[in-house]
Design a protein around this ligand. Structure first.
Ligand code: NAG
Ligand code: NAG
Ligand code: NAG
Ligand code: NAG
Ligand code: NAG
Ligand code: NAG
Ligand code: NAG
Ligand code: NAG
Ligand code: NAG
Ligand code: NAG
Ligand code: NAG
Length: 751
């Protein structure tokens, strides 16, 4: 529980009643927040509503445990009807014990901390480097204007409602907290977000993360959008005519939220009958499915036909880091686009272009350029000032993101006018957000610069910022997409039998609406926002008749695996071909997803059967699926999923063949014949029975079954080998591809 310190620190700043206080501390008088899962059918007939029932239980409890009055009375924080049946309350340890004995109690979960999956590098901001510049820029203005209580800027140009229709008649969402709704933003509610005060010190802080996500998913077109000259062009969301309803749960500054509020927000979203829910955050602790409020609430949403889109997390590039890996939701990783935001250093006519996000068009002309090996680690601001006050300093301190953090802090605190960072840090080069006048060069470019400098006694140089390189536009081809180093990787520790993430979408350096009014950010948040918008388009295109699983299947089986140079999509962390553990089925391709040919459909019954095969107890399954859905009469590990993952631990544990049963549905109106095409994973043989699927117009159903079997041929040469199964339409109208990944490790067992 290392995060406990973080949450108690927040307590001092922000009064949030949903804090994870002290579930582990022995002080019985301490209150902490619990989510209590109740059995609806146990509600006494005398109670008019669930809310009354829960209030009475809490009242009774404070009478029965009089000592608890020393720390106040239990407080009912939220009542949940849709996400789960139950409530959130502040309880002491004694009260929790009393609660466990009360009629209708199913389970209690401590409230947990959640982090938003936005950029993982906010510490790279060094906006104060040259304080004098901020007041003269509109940048600072943007933050002061921000509607900081709600975190939603209804006045964002991306939320203008030009061309929109009014909210549907059945819509019952509301706009709270002074947020003005229009025909674009039709709901904006806040679930006890702490009202932080103005944070003028940092305009590119993450306030308005929700606005950014909303603008990526469904922002209205705004021409001339750019972040201080970077990434200029027309900003438009994936589904520009979709309505947006925002449920704000996180403090925009700390990017921390708590499960009890998120559950309340999901409860409201389900009640409001949204079609797609985008969740760009995850628990900071590893929690089994039956205790994970995201898993439980997204199951409820799925039962109502609501597609829930989750971000995979920003804990890459290590494996086993994917979060939100729920079999009934879609989990999205992040990738780059073919655009680079750059700055250029020019030394006597030779140009060196590197990554930069410095927000001003500050032009530094003919300043001395200082490279001194003794100080090039840039770990001492005094030494930097001595050597390079008013000059451009070259930093060449290799070694990890932590080291970059210290270099930037030292440069920031020094009197240097600008900096050039030569680094081997892939994450930093891809996603380092340093808004000081600096550029970052990769090792190859940096070493050319250093060799060149060694031949010049007193070099001077100029620097320019605010450049955008677009692939092929007067510049080199920028291979894209590539999997973001930050993007979390599979396999999933909590649900290893389902390959996650499912797909990837743009997440690196995404331009989205913010108060200033645009910002460039990276993170799987923005990837899932893209997919949420695409899911909305697919819902609309199919007249809301497709299940969430069918929409997920359409996106997965039509995803692409090649980048814009025709090579397999690369993993930025390794610069080699991305495996399905990073990329899932591939990069989402919205136009192709409209016509998938076949889909792997699944519904509530299938997920329940799957859970019943996973060794959970009856109570645990009921906690996830709800009391009304519990039916373990036909357990089956064969979830009808459009991807395949198998674990083949090394000798002496070699398992026999592993088989997967699947059912595909022909969603074209015409009869069709499909043939199986398999790309074999190295060291394994995959076979498919039957190899041909016939959908005959005169048949009673438009579904067909098949079995895929994986057999190991030899001792595995790599830990991860991948292949694919593609069903190819006889007239090549459709190709329906599923990734196959074989992991030569023992499947993780959690908990
Ligand atoms: C939400 O805010 C209201 C009013 O500020 C407060 O009464 C309530 O306890 C808060 N609830 C939670 C769960 O934070
Ligand atoms: C909920 O209550 C019903 C009726 O009392 C009972 O049949 C069912 O087993 C209960 N479920 C749980 C999870 O306790
Ligand atoms: C509260 O306590 C009263 C008196 O003991 C009891 O009759 C009632 O059933 C209790 N209500 C609940 C909801 O536990
Ligand atoms: C309540 O407090 C009294 C006096 O402090 C103590 O004797 C008693 O054991 C406490 N009861 C419980 C249930 O903690
Ligand atoms: C709409 O919301 C109001 C206030 O929250 C509620 O009283 C009403 O029952 C809701 N109507 C529907 C149809 O859900
Ligand atoms: C925006 O980009 C175009 C090239 O795509 C360029 O011609 C134009 O000058 C840029 N505008 C600004 C304000 O940088
Ligand atoms: C995960 O990473 C560890 C450490 O690099 C490696 O030993 C292991 O084989 C990897 N497993 C997978 C499934 O990639
Ligand atoms: C490099 O920096 C060190 C420490 O400030 C200084 O002693 C040394 O003279 C510098 N070297 C050159 C060539 O300027
Ligand atoms: C700075 O880095 C150099 C080289 O690694 C090291 O010798 C020195 O101790 C470091 N200084 C500080 C203050 O960390
Ligand atoms: C940059 O320096 C200012 C003060 O000069 C400080 O407030 C700020 O935290 C520093 N930023 C970083 C990233 O070190
Ligand atoms: C379709 O099915 C019917 C009945 O099973 C069969 O007679 C017919 O030949 C089939 N047509 C094709 C094109 O397979």
């Amino acid at each position: 529980m290392k995060l406990f310190m973080a949450s108690s620190a927040h307590l001092l700043l922000f009064l949030n009643a949903c804090l994870l206080l002290l579930p582990l501390l022995p002080t019985s008088g301490q209150r902490s927040t619990y989510i209590i899962h109740m059995n609806s059918s146990s509600m006494p007939a005398s109670q008019p509503t669930h809310h009354d029932w829960y209030s009475t239980i809490l009242e009774n409890m404070s009478l029965a445990t009089p000592n608890s009055t020393t720390s106040g009375r239990p407080q009912l924080l939220h009542t949940y009807h849709h996400a789960l049946t139950g409530f959130a309350a502040t309880l002491t340890a004694d009260e929790l014990r009393a609660m466990e004995g009360s009629s209708g109690f199913i389970a209690a979960y401590p409230d947990l901390e959640i982090k938003l999956h936005t950029t993982r590098t906010p510490q790279f901001l060094c906006l104060n480097h040259d304080t004098g510049l901020w007041p003269s820029s509109s940048y600072g203005d943007g933050v002061v204007i921000g509607v900081i209580d709600s975190g939603v800027w209804s006045e964002s140009p991306s939320l203008n409602d030009g061309g929109m229709s009014p909210a549907p008649l059945w819509w019952n969402g509301t706009c709270e907290l002074g947020t003005r709704c229009n025909w674009k933003l039709i709901g904006a509610r806040s679930f006890n977000v702490s009202s932080s005060t103005a944070d003028g010190e940092s305009a590119r802080d993450n306030d308005g993360h929700g606005t950014l996500v909303a603008s990526v998913a469904a922002g209205a077109p705004v021409s001339g959008a750019s972040f201080f000259g970077y990434a200029n062009g027309t900003a438009v969301g994936m589904a520009p005519r979709a309505w947006i309803s925002v449920y704000e749960v996180a403090d925009g500054r700390t990017l921390v939220a708590f499960t009890c509020n998120v559950l309340a927000a999901m409860d409201a979203a389900i009640a409001d009958r949204v079609d797609v829910i985008s969740i760009a955050m995850g628990l900071t602790d590893l929690v089994p499915l039956y205790e994970d409020p995201f898993a439980i609430a997204s199951f409820s949403a799925m039962k109502k036909g609501i597609m829930v889109v989750f971000s995979a997390g920003n804990d890459g590039p290590s494996n086993y880091t994917v979060t939100n890996a729920f079999p009934w939701a879609i989990t999205v990783g992040g990738s780059s686009v073919d655009r680079r935001l750059t700055g250029t250093l020019t030394v006597y006519g030779d140009s060196f272009t590197g990554v930069s996000l410095y927000p001003l068009s500050k032009l530094l002309v003919d300043l001395p350029l200082v490279y001194n090996a003794t100080i090039s680690h840039c770990n001492s601001s005094e030494l930097i000032s001595q050597a390079a006050a008013g000059k451009i300093v070259v930093c060449h301190g290799l070694g990890g993101i932590g080291s970059m953090f210290y270099q930037i802090a030292a440069v920031n605190a020094s009197e240097a006018a600008a900096a050039v960072f030569v680094t081997d840090d892939a994450l930093f080069l891809e996603d380092g957000e340093f808004a000081c006048p600096a550029i970052a060069l990769d090792l190859d470019t940096g070493e050319v610069l250093l060799r060149y400098l060694s031949s010049l006694p007193y070099p001077t140089a100029s620097m320019e910022f605010q450049e955008t390189q677009v692939s092929g536009f007067l510049g080199p081809v920028i291979a894209a997409p590539a999997i973001g180093t930050y993007s979390s990787r599979g396999p999933s520790l909590i649900s290893p039998d389902v390959l996650k993430p499912d797909v990837v979408a743009p997440g690196t350096r995404i331009l989205g609406a913010l108060a200033n009014p645009f910002a460039v950010k990276s993170g799987t948040s923005f990837a899932s926002a893209h997919v949420a918008g695409i899911a909305a388009l697919l819902q609309a295109a199919n007249y809301h008749s497709w299940s969430p699983a069918a929409i997920r299947s359409a996106m997965m089986t039509t995803a692409h695996q090649l980048d814009n140079t025709g090579d397999p999509i690369k993993d930025s962390a390794t610069n080699s071909e991305a495996t399905p553990l990073a990329i899932g089925a591939g990069h989402v391709d919205p136009n192709r997803a409209l016509h998938p040919g076949l889909v792997y459909d699944a519904g509530e019954v299938d997920y329940v059967s799957f859970l019943c095969s996973q060794g959970f107890s009856q109570e645990q399954i009921m906690a996830i699926v709800g009391v009304d859905s519990y039916d373990c009469s036909s357990p089956s590990p064969h979830l009808n999923y459009p991807s395949f993952i198998a674990f083949f631990p090394p000798q002496p544990l070699w398992p026999g063949p592993q088989s997967f049963m699947r059912t595909v549905t022909n969603v074209d109106t015409k009869p069709a014949v499909y043939r199986a095409f398999v790309r074999q994973p190295v060291g394994f043989t995959v076979s498919v029975q039957p190899e041909e699927l016939v959908f005959n117009a005169t048949m009673a159903t438009n579904t067909a079954n098949f079995v895929l079997t994986i057999v190991q041929n030899e001792e595995p040469v790599t830990v991860v080998s991948s292949g694919s199964l593609t069903w190819v339409h006889e007239e090549f109208t459709y190709t329906v591809r599923s990734p196959i990944v074989v992991v030569a490790e023992r499947a993780p067992a959690f908990p």
